[in-house]
Design a binder for this molecule. Structure first.
Ligand code: CA
Length: 192
């Protein structure tokens, strides 16, 4: 076996609010070999979602009929009301976002996630961040991911908005960068 660890989480976000949990990653390397067919943004499917938690969300999606929305350019979303992201729904919305996240170089990356309401983030098929439950805007502590191979890594996000305000933002600090900053649209893509 050549490369075993695609992304290894190094550092716990120690003081997230209740429901937040990060699991160790012992994943597969999953850099996309041929990125030529990718389109900008994350693919988005939306579901009416009356739940208050992401427990069982995979079964929910498997048993439910969703509606596709326009791709989500990047995770820079904050709203006080109205339709959630690119969906047609205002409240009680589940977003199932799939695509790839580009890592310009190998190395240690810091991340920070702001959510309202719950979110699960999977990279290379492994959960790297979770802040579940209905909550007001919640900014995580920074956490680190070790990336062994530059390129496009598989990204899968479950996010739900129960009611009222809604937020999903992802900040990242690449090796050599001075500070955490919103990950730009150029680093998100999906297979159409
Ligand atoms: Ca909310």
């Amino acid at each position: 076996m050549d490369r075993v660890f695609g992304i290894v989480r190094r550092h716990l976000a120690a003081s997230l609010a209740a429901g937040a949990l990060m699991l160790p990653v012992a994943g597969h390397a999953a850099v996309l070999a041929d990125a030529g067919s990718l389109q900008p943004g994350l693919g988005a499917m939306y579901y009416f979602y009356p739940m208050r938690s992401l427990d069982g969300v995979e079964d929910f999606v498997a048993d439910s009929k969703g509606r596709a929305g326009d791709p989500v350019p990047n995770l820079e979303y904050k709203a006080v009301g109205g339709r959630v992201m690119t969906s047609r729904l205002v409240d009680q919305v589940l977003a199932d976002l799939k695509g790839y996240l580009n890592f310009p170089a190998a190395g240690s990356y810091r991340f920070q996630v702001e959510s309202n309401d719950g979110v699960i983030i999977q990279l290379d098929g492994k959960e790297v961040f979770k802040a579940d439950g209905v909550h007001a805007d919640l900014l995580s502590d920074p956490f680190e991911l070790q990336v062994d191979e530059a390129g496009w890594h598989e990204l899968h996000i479950y996010y739900f908005e129960h009611k009222g305000t809604s937020t999903l933002r992802m900040l990242r600090q690449a090796p050599g960068d001075g500070a955490l900053a919103i990950v730009p649209p150029a680093d998100f893509a999906h297979s159409p």
